[in-house]
Design a protein around this ligand. Structure first.
Ligand SMILES: O=C(C[C@H]1NCCC[C@H]1O)Cn1cnc2c(c1=O)CCCC2
Ligand SMILES: [Mg+2]
Length: 485
């Protein structure tokens, strides 16, 4: 029957796997690490895509589409960092029953696919800035525990790849895009994130620096990278000879960025807001924001009840609210309540004989189970206000929960203790790579090592003489640490 067998606070991993299936977001697939995105998930992806696509078009970024396949020559070109990832690259080695002369790689990301053509298209400064984005799938044959949305062997994302004449322009765009990622998490998914800079060890090895928005899963005390916006510097321009002649006729290399968010966003939202009754969808991304359930009683005016439901759908839909009615006669109202709670619909409206008689409706909130009766007059205003209230409440609750997990520490012992308490740790750090490697080595274990998550742009005061928590050297910056996905 309905209802989850796993509780979120007892066994988080099993709860998650169950809730994405029972909520009809995901169907497991017969190839490990691959998942079917059902319509309930695809519509969430599309809602975010609509927002992001409009915003990047305002920035004169154009969509394009490059081939899925990468010839081996170019993939190896970016050897220094690809070799670290090489095991993840999937290859096509044959068609039909004949082997391919030369195996072809399936894109794990598209730098090497796109940049030879950037080199061809960019000649003079008038060709700059070149700003392209593509919405596509990528394949990375990951081996560590596959998790729907969070870590899959194929996923959907957008990848932006931009080229500028100056570093200043690139630096500015990195932060403009990062702000869009913050909006996706905080204003659409109601998930609080930290904006910051990755350490040298954690950054994209092919780039100059990496910025990210970092979320935190309080149930298992793990940080998770929400989205990344990299300045590549001139590293790829050098590799792929992407040069241009500036106004003074001098030859120079372009400055590039690349940035991405993926379907991982949906998994983070499920983990943060879901509960033991199932999904809890933020109204801004909910496929259905209001589900209307008729509650007929024997044969008391069933026709009137159905008509009241239908007209409520029309009134709400007419006001741009995503409202549906569940008229199915082969399920009881009680079954429908559980079903739509499992799917995380933010508001339920029940209409029974009493409601009809008093020309009111019973409204039930999914986030806090509050039940109230409201009159049918100005139904739209009431519902809009409640949806807005739910959106903000989900963010506020998630932010309080995340902030309660943050522990500021100054010594190694405090660090180890906070780690054992599954905290998101804020610590003063000397910003030395060897020291970070030491932290990883010293915290290795079956739960995974601790790593730096990001150094927040919003830096707390760092008093003169503050020591690094791990090395005792003079601290240079406050950095978030923790176990992560
Ligand atoms: O993909 C990126 C960097 C960059 N790619 C484009 C979008 C932004 C950002 O994700 C890093 N990266 C991750 N994973 C892999 C690669 C890789 O370059 C290359 C080989 C296979 C696995
Ligand atoms: Mg990876």
């Amino acid at each position: 029957g309905l209802g989850l067998t796993n509780c979120k606070d007892d066994n988080f991993g099993e709860w998650y796997s169950e809730v994405v299936v029972n909520g009809e977001l995901i169907e497991y697939y017969d190839i490990s690490g691959c998942y079917i995105l059902r319509p309930w998930a695809m519509s969430i992806w599309e809602t975010m895509q609509k927002f992001f696509d409009v915003e990047i078009k305002k920035m004169n970024i154009q969509n394009c589409y490059f081939p899925l396949f990468v010839s081996p020559g170019v993939l190896q070109k970016e050897k220094d960092h690809v070799e670290g990832f090489a095991p993840e690259v999937a290859w096509v080695t044959k068609t039909g029953d004949s082997d391919l002369e030369v195996p072809i790689a399936i894109r794990p990301t598209s730098e090497t696919v796109m940049y030879p053509y950037y080199s061809k298209w960019i000649r003079g400064h008038r060709d700059l800035p070149l700003k392209l984005n593509q919405w596509c799938n990528v394949v990375r044959w990951e081996f560590s525990n596959p998790t729907p949305f969070i870590r899959s062997r194929e996923f959907l994302w957008q990848e932006g790849h931009t080229a500028f004449a100056t570093k200043e322009e690139a630096d500015a765009e990195v932060l403009d895009i990062l702000e869009l990622y913050r909006q996706i998490y905080e204003e659409y998914l109601a998930v609080p994130v930290v904006k910051g800079k990755k350490s040298e060890l954690e950054k994209f090895a092919g780039g100059l620096y990496t910025t990210s928005v970092e979320a935190f899963i309080s149930n298992n005390g793990r940080g998770i990278q929400g989205a990344t916006s990299h300045c590549l510097g001139q590293n790829f321009a050098k590799m792929f000879e992407i040069n241009f002649e500036n106004e003074k006729g001098q030859k120079g290399m372009v400055w590039q960025n690349s940035w991405a968010y993926s379907t991982r966003t949906i998994g983070v939202m499920v983990m943060v807001h879901g509960d033991d009754k199932g999904l809890v969808l933020p109204p801004k991304v909910a496929t259905v924001q209001v589900i209307i359930i008729p509650v007929p009683y024997k044969d008391a005016d069933t026709r009137g009840i159905f008509d009241a439901c239908a007209s409520a759908v029309d009134i709400l839909s007419g006001a741009g609210i995503r409202a549906k009615a569940d008229f199915r006669d082969n399920y009881s109202p009680g079954w429908k309540y559980s079903h739509w709670e499992m799917k995380g619909v933010p508001l339920r409206i029940e209409i029974g004989p009493k409601d009809l008689a008093n020309s009111q409706v019973r409204v039930v909130r999914r986030d806090n189970s509050l039940k109230i009766d409201i009159s049918r007059t100005n139904l739209v205003e009431h519902v809009k206000e409640m949806l807005n209230n739910i959106q903000h409440n989900l963010f506020d609750v998630a932010k309080q929960k995340r902030d309660a997990c943050v522990k500021t520490i100054r010594t190694w012992d405090e660090f180890v203790e906070a780690l054992s308490q599954k905290k998101l740790i804020l610590a003063p750090w000397c910003d030395e790579e060897e020291v970070e490697k030491g932290v990883k080595a010293r915290t290795k274990g079956e739960m995974g090592a601790a790593k730096s998550l990001c150094s927040p742009f919003d830096q707390p005061e760092l008093p003169e003489g503050t020591k690094c928590f791990a090395s005792g050297k003079p601290a240079k910056k406050w950095t978030y640490w923790g176990r992560s996905y």
